[in-house]
Design a protein around this ligand. Structure first.
Ligand code: ATP
Length: 306
């Protein structure tokens, strides 16, 4: 049996003259978490929706999408019945209770009544929502709604979970809880594909990822290796400068990005950055290791959450 769960080759999607996704290719291995990281408008949602047939790709004869062996263009229903899908928007039925929302979904999948109530209890326990079973959706917090949507996507025990920005707008505590649950699913062998504009989320969860900007893939690989292999390891952040920093005073092995409100100085040499930092008020400087956000800035000139 092939280990490739998703295969995408040369996929394009345009809206009028706007190229939302441009010549994208990637593949996802069974039991791994694959990320699409990029800022607003990078094309992540469009790509994610093309995987389950909610958006149709351009020129299908010159491109490939295979999800669990099916082409979403022709086998949307097969994919939807085998995969769990967590869309970006909260699309729960506000008039119904937590339990009823799950019940209706389970009926779509043809589960029997007895099976359904057992599965609902398991899922509510898994997502730590048991005490909200009888609550109306309008009485739930944003974090509870997201957890319920994930529970709903798991009702058919999918081997593939497609999540579009699962933790956007949630506080760090709920975000961590969701990450823990997703890690547990990965340990159980579920394949996960997720879109995010949080570098930390990609770093925490993804075995591999692509970084996207304006519809294009700008980089692909394992998060730690991408950082290790493509950018200087240390960054000095300098804040609150009234005048531009004098680049003449900085060794040319140190790369400078940013403007008065926040400079970022990158180097292989921690000592070089420490020396520069010593020229400033300690409250205005901070040295740290570089990360995916820095890599994105270096490759695109943009910030992930600008
Ligand atoms: P976000 O993080 O904001 O969801 P994204 O990376 O998911 O961003 P997409 O939602 O895929 O990006 O959008 C990519 C581009 O395609 C954007 O410029 C967006 O305005 C455009 N777009 C998306 N859907 C449509 C549509 N139905 N009609 C026209 N343009 C669209």
């Amino acid at each position: 049996m092939s280990n490739t769960v998703i295969n995408v080759e040369n996929v394009n999607k345009s809206y009028g003259s706007l190229k939302a996704v441009s010549n994208l290719s990637f593949s996802v291995e069974r039991g791994t978490c694959f990320g699409m990281l990029g800022p607003n408008g990078a094309g992540k949602t469009t790509m994610s929706k093309m995987l389950y047939g909610n958006v149709l790709r351009d020129s299908p004869e010159r491109s490939t999408i295979s999800v669990l062996g099916y082409d979403p263009l022709y086998n949307e229903l097969e994919i939807k019945s085998l995969a769990g899908i967590v869309p970006q928007e909260d699309n729960l039925d506000l008039e119904l209770s937590v339990e009823q929302n799950l019940f209706i979904y389970a009926r779509f999948y043809g589960l029997k009544k007895k099976e359904i109530s057992k599965r609902i209890d398991e899922l509510l326990e898994f997502m730590e929502l048991t005490e909200k079973k009888k609550s109306r959706i309008r009485d739930l917090s944003g974090g509870m709604k997201r957890r319920l949507i994930i529970a709903r996507a798991l009702i058919n025990q999918p081997r593939l979970l497609i999540l579009d920005e699962p933790t956007t707008g949630l506080d760090p505590q709920v975000r961590n809880l969701i990450w823990d649950k997703l890690r547990r699913l990965l340990r159980e062998g579920v394949t996960i594909i997720l879109t995010t504009h949080y570098m930390e989320e990609a770093f925490q969860l993804c075995d591999r990822l692509i970084i996207m900007n304006l519809g294009e893939k700008v980089m692909e690989g394992r998060p730690t290796l991408l950082v290790k292999e493509n950018i200087e390891p240390y960054v000095l952040e300098i804040f609150n400068q009234e005048k531009p920093i004098d680049k003449g005073d900085i060794h040319d092995t140190v790369r400078v990005e940013g403007t008065e409100s926040r400079y970022l100085l990158y180097s292989k040499s921690l000592d070089a950055l420490k020396e520069i930092a010593s020229r400033y008020d300690p409250g205005d400087v901070f040295i740290r290791q570089s990360n995916l956000e820095d890599l994105f800035l270096m490759t695109t000139g943009r910030e992930l959450n600008e």
